[in-house]
Design a protein around this ligand. Structure first.
Ligand code: FAD
Length: 456
C-alpha cells in the first residue's frame, strides 16, 4: 500500500523539530509554512527575540541529534537577578548544582537551525509562503493558499500534524465544524519587547542571569542575546475604562511623557540601559497573552494538534517551547515502522494532556511569583528552606521549580502533585522554624518520609 507523506503545518519551533525527528525515521514529510523561508530572509527584522531553554527542551534536541549545533546559540542563566527599587540587584539562584541553569536562546536562530537540519533529509519537502486556511476531515482535504500567487488549492489531509501555533487556523477550522471544542483564555496583561543594546560590544549588565524588575502588579524582564544585547519584555495590565485610574497600564502609556515618567519612577536603572525606549515602545507591537485549550486534540487518524496549537500557555514559567519540544519526543516515541495514526494520535493525547494541563496551571502561578512573591520575606525564607531540604533529602524533596526546569524524568503532572505536598511541608516547617529560629530536621524527616516517596 502507498505510504502518503505526513503533512506538518507550521514550521515554527515544534513543526521544524518534529519534521526532523520523523525524517530521521525515514518517514516522508511535507512541511507547510506561512512565512517566507528564514534561510533566505532576515525573518526577525534584525531584532533578537529570545526564549528560556531548559532540560526538557534540551533532551528533545539531543534526541533529534542537533544539540552540538544548538549549543553555540545558548547563554547560561544561573538565576533571577532581582532589581528592586531600594536595593542593589541580587541573584536568586535557580538551583544549587553547577548544571542547574537555564539557557537564553534566540528564537529566530534556533528555528532557522531546525529548518536547515530538517531540510538536509531528502524525505522532507519544505513549502514556504503556504497558509493553511481550513481542513475538512470528512472529505480528507485541507485548503492552502499560496501567498505568492494567491492561488487556493487542496491537498490530501490524512495524516496532518498541526503545529501552527497559538492562533492555529486548523484548530479553529475543526472547532467551526463541531469536531473539537476550543477555548482561549486571554490574560488582562499584554507585553512589549524593548532592546538593551550592547555596550562597547559587551553585555551592559550581568549576562548569566534572567533579570527581573518585579513591581507587584507588573514587571520588566530581560534575557541576554549572543550579540551582547538583551531583549527586555514589559508585562503590564492592558488597562482601559474599567481599570483603576491609579494602576499603571498600557492604556495610560499613550505618549512620550507618560512612558518616560513611568520608567523614571518604576525602572530608573533599566531606563538608563534602553536608549531607544520611546521608539521601541511605539514601533514594537503590544503582544497579547493567553492560554489555549482544545478537546480533543485529534480527529481520527486524520489530524492532530501539537505544541501551542493544542495547548498554548502563558510564558511565565519559560516552558511553552520546552513543552512543545517534549511533545515531539513523546510523539516520536510512539511511532512504529507502519504507524496506525488513529492509535498514535489518541495515545499521544492520553499521555500529554495531564502534563500540559499541569504546566498551564504552574505557568499562571509563576506570574504572581515573578512579579510579586520574589519580594516577599516568607517566599524567600521558604525558597532557601526548600534548597536546604533538597540538600538533606535529595531523592525525595526537589523544589517544584527545579522539577519543572531540570528534571525531564519527572512529568509536569507529577511535579505539580509533589509540589503541592512540598508546599504543605514547607508551611508546616516554616511555623516551627519561625518560633525556634532553626529548621527542625527531625520533624522535616518525618513529614518528608511519610509523604514523598523517593524518586531515584
Ligand atoms: P510557534 O512557534 O508559534 O510556530 C507556529 C508556526 O506556524 C509559525 O512558524 C507560523 O508562521 C506558522 N503558521 C501559523 N499559522 C499558519 C497557517 N495557517 N499555515 C501555515 N503556517 C502557519 N517558551 C519557552 O519555552 N521559554 C520561554 O522563555 C518562552 N518565552 C515566551 C515569551 C513570550 C512573550 C511568548 C508569547 C511565548 C514564550 N514562550 C516561551 C512560548 C513559545 O514561544 C511557544 O510555546 C512556542 O513557540 C511554541 O512552538 P510552536 O511550534 O507550537 O508554535
Amino acid at each position: 500500500m502507498r505510504q502518503y507523506p505526513v503533512n506538518i503545518v507550521g514550521a515554527g519551533l515544534a513543526g521544524a523539530l518534529l519534521a526532523l525527528m520523523l525524517a530521521r525515521r525515514g518517514i516522508a514529510v511535507t512541511l507547510y509554512e506561512r512565512r517566507p523561508d528564514p534561510r533566505c530572509s532576515r525573518a526577525e527584522g534584525g531584532r533578537s527575540i529570545n526564549l528560556a531553554l531548559a532540560a526538557r527542551g534540551i533532551s528533545a534536541l539531543e534526541h533529534a541529534g542537533v544539540m552540538d549545533k544548538v549549543r553555540p546559540l545558548m547563554i547560561p542563566m544561573r538565576g533571577r537577578m532581582i532589581h528592586d527599587l531600594d536595593h542593589a540587584p541580587a541573584l536568586l539562584p535557580y538551583g544549587q548544582r553547577e548544571h542547574e541553569v537555564i539557557y537564553s536562546v534566540g528564537r529566530g536562530a534556533l528555528n532557522r537551525l531546525l529548518i536547515e537540519e530538517a531540510a538536509r533529509h531528502r524525505n522532507v519537502t519544505l513549502r514556504f509562503e503556504q497558509a493553511c486556511l481550513t481542513v475538512d476531515p470528512a472529505h480528507d482535504v485541507m485548503r492552502i493558499k499560496d501567498l505568492d500567487s494567491q492561488r487556493v488549492y487542496e491537498a490530501r489531509l490524512a495524516p496532518t500534524i498541526a503545529t501552527d501555533g497559538a492562533g492555529s487556523a486548523i484548530r479553529t477550522s475543526l472547532a467551526s465544524l463541531g469536531l473539537i471544542e476550543e477555548r482561549e483564555d486571554r490574560l488582562d496583561h499584554d507585553y512589549k519587547e524593548l532592546t538593551i543594546p550592547a555596550r562597547d560590544g559587551r553585555w551592559a549588565i550581568e549576562p548569566h542571569a534572567l533579570h527581573i524588575w518585579p513591581r507587584g502588579g507588573f514587571m520588566l524582564i530581560a534575557l541576554p542575546n549572543t550579540d551582547g544585547s538583551f531583549t527586555a519584555t514589559l508585562f503590564l495590565p492592558k488597562g482601559g475604562e474599567h481599570a483603576p485610574a491609579d494602576m499603571p497600564s498600557f492604556a495610560t502609556l499613550g505618549d512620550t511623557a507618560s512612558i518616560q515618567s513611568f520608567f523614571e519612577r518604576e525602572f530608573p536603572d533599566a531606563l538608563a540601559l534602553i536608549p531607544t525606549l520611546i521608539d521601541d515602545f511605539f514601533e514594537h507591537r503590544q503582544g497579547q497573552l493567553g492560554a489555549v485549550q482544545a478537546t480533543p486534540w485529534h480527529v481520527d487518524g486524520k489530524v492532530l494538534l501539537l505544541g501551542d496549537a493544542a495547548h498554548a500557555i502563558v510564558p511565565f514559567h519559560g516552558q511553552g517551547m520546552n513543552a512543545a519540544f517534549e511533545d515531539c519526543t513523546v510523539f516520536d516515541g510512539l511511532l512504529t515502522a507502519d504507524p496506525d495514526w488513529t492509535q498514535v494520535f489518541a495515545e499521544f493525547e492520553t499521555r500529554r494532556r495531564p502534563n500540559t494541563e499541569a504546566i498551564a496551571q504552574m505557568a499562571l502561578e509563576n506570574y504572581t511569583e515573578m512579579r510579586h512573591r520574589v519580594l516577599d520575606d516568607k517566599f524567600l525564607r521558604q525558597k532557601s528552606m526548600a534548597l536546604e531540604l533538597e540538600r538533606q533529602f535529595p531523592t525525595r524533596f526537589i523544589p517544584r521549580y527545579s522539577m519543572v526546569m531540570f528534571h525531564p524524568e519527572i512529568s509536569y503532572a507529577e511535579a505539580l502533585r509533589r509540589g503541592g505536598v512540598q508546599q504543605y511541608i514547607l508551611d508546616a516547617l516554616d511555623e516551627t522554624t519561625q518560633s525556634s529560629g532553626n529548621l527542625d530536621v527531625a520533624h522535616a524527616r518525618t513529614l518528608i518520609e511519610a509523604q514523598l516517596p523517593s524518586i531515584k
